[in-house]
Write a protein that binds this ligand. Structure first.
Ligand SMILES: [Zn+2]
Ligand SMILES: [Zn+2]
Length: 408
């Protein structure tokens, strides 16, 4: 078979993808894999798309990821195993597709335990296998429970960028930036650098690249690492501004001290040449924050969770051992209440619960956190009738017995 055949099959894949015809995409992808197995010539970039197409197709409608009551993951698992077996026998060197395969395997593992932190990671990995559409569904499901989860918002920004919906991407990253704690601000900042750079490339609007560079400088001032440096390099190269490009070179040298000066010069020459050739294309490979370890480490005092998800330290009155109880571990998010906060009348009350046992029975402590008042309370001071509306609304939407890790 010839390369033309592969290219025409890839075109048919794109059509199937645009129609969300996952069965068709699966069949075409298998056909291409068979062809390249025999034919040793294959372009690395095309190969990555072929693998992504196949993985996208076996995810299909993705109900095993979006419907929490369905844990029917066997079809995906079987399809993934087939691919891995195939690749093991294959004569090709596949190093460039490792991140994609890793993401696919992580999805299978994480789907078995769909707690929020794992679903956030699934959302991120779905982008790697070219299913930003499902990534958006999952991030939105998480955000229904907490309107200020900055990690989900950052993933959501990336997914909208994948779909070229830059204005929506920028709006959600702005929201994440507003609500993230100081040590978490670099994530939404880097996301904004990338989104504004891509929007500039798509529209040619100079103000977009100015914003990208400004956010880039702010991010680098907060924390210099390879993610921030890489996002800034992409913006600087796109801008064509020599001063910014020189600064980007210096930054990259600091962030990646293992790189020699000649390597950095060569890298920039490649970037700038590619940029001149095709100004609209992505010329700097994105380095993704693979995992925000701060975000995912196991810390489940109420204060940890509120800082992590909502970005502030709540005020607590010195009553009924609340401070001590809220500082202990074992809390989990129940969800966002649709009844307004009795104090400020904004819909901003997040309920957190903690399992405990009394008289042989499992019960759950309350912590109601208003992200507008920035307070947390055990709810005892809230009027009984008002509280019954609040607890009823939460139980209807987020039944605690289904959420509590001790009860399930
Ligand atoms: Zn309030
Ligand atoms: Zn429980």
């Amino acid at each position: 078979m010839t390369v033309e055949t592969i290219l025409s099959l890839l075109e048919r894949s794109a059509v199937a993808r645009s129609k969300s015809d996952w069965k068709q995409l699966e069949q075409i992808s298998i056909q291409i894999l068979r062809v390249i197995f025999k034919d040793r010539e294959i372009d690395e970039k095309n190969l990555r798309s072929i693998i992504q197409n196949y993985l996208s197709s076996i995810v299909g409608t993705g109900e095993f990821l979006t419907d929490l009551t369905s844990r029917e993951i066997s079809t995906y698992q079987v399809g993934l195993n087939k691919l891995l077996e195939f690749l093991e026998k294959s004569p090709h060197q596949f190093s460039s597709i490792q991140p994609t395969l890793h993401a696919a395997q992580e999805i299978a593992l994480l789907a078995l335990n769909p707690i929020n932190a794992n679903r956030n990671k699934i959302g991120k990995h779905l982008r790697e296998i070219a299913r930003p559409d499902l990534s958006i569904v999952i991030c939105k499901q998480i955000l229904e429970r907490t309107r200020l989860n900055y990690y989900s918002l950052t993933v959501l920004c990336g997914a909208y960028c994948d779909l070229n919906e830059f204005d929506t991407a920028i709006a959600v990253a702005d929201l994440a930036l507003k609500h993230s704690p100081d040590d978490g601000k670099t994530y939404p900042l880097n996301a904004l650098v990338r989104a504004h750079t891509l929007k500039f490339k798509a529209t040619g609007d100079i103000s977009e690249i100015e914003k990208a560079l400004e956010y880039g400088h702010t991010s680098l001032d907060l924390k210099l690492d390879s993610y921030a440096a890489n996002a800034f390099v992409a913006a600087a190269v796109a801008s064509g501004d020599e001063r910014e490009i020189d600064f980007a070179k210096e930054t990259l040298a600091k962030a990646e001290p293992q790189l020699r000066e000649v390597d950095i010069s060569a890298l920039f020459q490649t970037y700038q040449a590619a940029q001149a050739l095709a100004p609209g294309s992505v010329v700097v490979e994105t380095i993704d924050e693979s995992i925000d370890y701060e975000y995912f480490k196991i810390l489940d005092s109420l204060f940890d969770l509120v800082i992590r998800d909502e970005g502030f330290f709540p005020t607590v009155s010195d009553l009924r051992n609340m401070k001590e109880r809220f500082a202990s571990g074992g809390w989990f998010l129940q969800g966002l209440c649709h009844v307004p906060c009795p104090n400020c009348e904004v819909i901003a009350l997040h309920s957190y619960r903690k399992h405990f046992r009394r008289y042989g029975k499992g019960m759950h402590y309350w912590a109601l956190v208003c992200d507008n008042c920035k307070t947390a309370t055990d709810s005892i001071d809230i009027d009984k009738n008002v509280f019954s509306f609040i607890s009823g609304d939460l139980e209807d939407n987020f039944p605690v017995s289904q959420l509590c890790p001790e009860c399930t």
